[in-house]
Design a protein around this ligand. Structure first.
Ligand code: HXC
Length: 262
């Protein structure tokens, strides 16, 4: 279904790939409540679409997102934040979306923008991307998982320093520290590389892809032994899928697998 959005754009640039582009250039893609509502809507639509297997989330060359919308937050009271569960809807990305999301980050990814990128399943960026959790400079702290996800990703020593000082880190550092899976010299190469990876993923069995995302993400929540058991249960369950039979038969016959659920 075609829906027009005010703050994002959606396209299907490659077979099986849904792209969401944050598009609020005047505010460097600052994430307001209307923007996150649109993002959640678009993610749900791609997640439910039988034609889509992988999602690419990006912003502009200048900004992935410069944070949650400071102007919207500036007058918010505790009671309003608490009773409306402010920011809670950001978690839909991690709790309800089953298909893999690749973040392609160029320019600023600050505060909530950094947190949004950290929520995605694969993070690609330009070498000059500008990541950071500058909330301390605004008299507050990260509120969309930054203190937890950044710390898990880069360790307590670096995360504590960054969050207490509000200092930025580059895309190059993000790669060296294991936040980003790959970096690219230019915006064009970032988008091309991200699309290529999304298309590769979209070429596999959707059942296997969704299961793979699920079990890798479990590693972030479960102790090792429980995580390994969880993985084995899901692995066993895939013997019940047509695509496991198709994939292994195709290997034995030296043919290309033609997935039922692509
Ligand atoms: C609202 C924002 C914004 C933001 C930029 N803008 N970031 N509006 N919320 N987070 C607006 C500016 O007000 C300005 O609007 C326009 O975008 C262009 O920004 P400039 O500052 O003029 O651009 P530039 O000089 O290039 O500087 C870029 C920048 C700077 C370094 C990224 O904009 C900046 O420091 N932004 C705030 C970054 C930040 O603190 N993020 C964390 C937010 S707190 P006008 O109308 O003046 O043209 C947060 C909490 C998360 O994210 C917790 C829960 C999710």
């Amino acid at each position: 279904s075609v829906k027009s959005y005010d703050f994002i754009q959606t396209t299907e640039p490659r077979p099986g790939v849904g792209q969401i582009t944050l598009n609020r250039p005047k505010a460097l893609n600052a994430i307001s409540t209307p923007l996150i509502d649109e993002l959640n809507h678009a993610l749900q639509a791609f997640d439910q679409s039988p034609d889509i297997s992988a999602i690419l989330l990006t912003g502009s060359q200048k900004a992935f997102a410069a944070g949650a919308d400071i102007k919207e937050m500036s007058t918010l009271t505790f009671s309003e934040a608490y009773t409306t569960s402010f920011i809670e809807s950001w978690s839909q990305l991690t709790t309800t979306i089953k298909k893999p999301i690749i973040a392609a980050v160029s320019g600023h990814a600050l505060g909530g923008g950094c947190e949004l990128a950290l929520m995605c399943d694969v993070l690609y960026c330009t070498e000059t991307a500008n990541f950071g959790q500058p909330e301390i400079k605004l008299g507050t702290i990260p509120g969309a998982g930054g203190s937890q996800r950044l710390t898990r990703a880069i360790g307590k020593a670096r995360a504590m320093e960054l969050i207490l000082t509000g200092k930025s880190f580059s895309g190059k550092e993000a790669f060296e520290w294991g936040v980003a899976a790959r970096t690219f010299p230019t915006w064009e190469e970032l988008i091309e590389g991200s699309l290529a990876t999304a298309e590769t993923i979209a070429g596999y069995s959707k059942v296997a892809v969704m299961a793979a995302k699920e079990v890798v993400n479990k590693s972030q929540d479960l102790p090792l032994r429980d995580g390994v058991e969880y993985e084995r249960r899901v692995f066993h369950s895939l013997f019940g899928s047509e695509d496991q039979k198709i994939g292994m038969k195709a290997f034995a016959e030296k043919k290309k697998a033609e997935w039922v659920h692509k």
